[in-house]
Design a protein around this ligand. Structure first.
Ligand code: NAP
Length: 307
């Protein structure tokens, strides 16, 4: 049997992503031991009961002692305070990473608290579901999905290689980019789409003319797919928009201009413009399927048990 990559992984936050990391690490035998910390006793107890971790700690400081890899899996807005708490207790040479959906703010909030001799390499797996909590994770979540690492300039290449090997071992593909570029790309591929989903679901809910039962009854007409995205965790998404403000506003501005173009085409009966825009969009969907990032199954490729 080959030697595990890490002796002791400390998960700080054990929700969808933390629990999926535990499943995927254990599936591939990537760590000798996984311990963890979550905010509430209920999550810590569940994580122990279902075997996600071998030891649960009531504080993050206690959880990171002796760990050669620490993964912050808490909401983006909580990571700065967690970094301040764990900083003095980290083992020399440890790698600290995170999974937050925003990267610039994580670097800004965490880096000042991490001592020299500890390797800080932020990360973001582009994989998720609308479910939360320690029981929502599964080993296959990262299979075939991208994980973006944003090592600050001057990062130790050996530490970056080791973290890359971990994500590859968990089934992901790894891309390296800088934090600012990550935030711009994710603003359009993830953050703005979530904002649109939250908006449309609330707009429908507030419509006086369409009764709730009609909204639910006819939801398969497109609305249903927005409600899945809009069911995502409110704390996580509040923190995303508070911490990726500039890039989101930039992409939202472009979106508003494009929406106005469609609005004008509808108003003036410009069918050619509508047809062209819809055809272009359809091509993008085909590109995503060809790139293996989704299937053409009509349920958007999500298996019933995991969705
Ligand atoms: P989640 O299921 O809601 O789990 C969050 C975990 O963080 C819970 O264990 C929670 O503990 C813990 N936590 C919250 N505040 C904390 C604090 N102040 N101190 C310590 N622990 C705290 O969330 P998730 O979906 O795994 O998301 C975690 C991170 O992954 C976020 O930064 C998010 O941006 C990123 N991410 C999410 C997705 C997605 O689709 N969900 C995808 C990629 C990346 P309790 O249960 O005890 O409250």
């Amino acid at each position: 049997m080959t030697k595990p990559l890490f002796k002791r992984i400390a998960l700080i936050g054990i929700g969808l992503i933390g629990s999926s990391i535990s499943h995927a690490v254990r599936r591939a035998g990537l760590a000798a031991d996984i311990v963890g910390h979550a905010r509430t006793a209920a999550t810590r107890d569940t994580a122990l009961r279902i075997g996600l971790i071998t030891e649960a700690f009531a504080t993050a400081a206690d959880a990171v002692r002796g760990a050669d890899l620490v993964v912050l899996c808490a909401p983006v807005g909580a990571c700065g305070a967690l970094a301040a708490e764990i900083g003095p207790h980290l083992a020399a040479g440890a790698i600290v990473t995170d999974v937050g959906s925003v990267k610039g703010a994580i670097v800004r909030d965490c880096a000042p608290h991490l001592p020299a001799g500890v390797h800080f390499i932020p990360g973001h797996p582009i994989a998720g579901t609308e479910h939360s909590g320690p029981e929502s994770g599964f080993a296959e979540l990262f299979d075939g999905r991208w994980c973006i690492l944003t090592p600050p300039s001057g990062s130790d290449p050996t530490a970056v290689d080791k973290l890359t090997a971990l994500w590859l071992g968990m089934g992901a593909k790894v891309e390296i980019m800088d934090a600012e570029h990550h935030d711009l790309v994710l603003a359009i591929t993830s953050h703005v789409p979530h904002l649109i989903a939250y908006t449309i679901v609330n707009t429908a809910a507030h419509l006086g003319r369409v009764t709730d039962s009609e909204v639910i009854k006819y939801s398969a007409g497109g609305f249903r797919d927005f409600t899945r995205i809009a069911a995502s965790d409110p704390t996580m998404w509040r923190d995303v928009f508070l911490n990726n403000k500039e890039a989101t506003l930039e992409m939202l501005g472009r979106f508003s201009e494009d929406l106005a173009e469609l609005q004008r085409a509808i108003r003036f009966g410009d069918g050619d413009t509508l047809f062209k825009l819809f055809s272009d969009a359809r091509q993008i969907r085909r590109g995503i399927i060809q790139a293996g990032q989704d299937t053409s199954a009509p349920d958007f490729g999500r298996q019933k048990a995991k969705s």
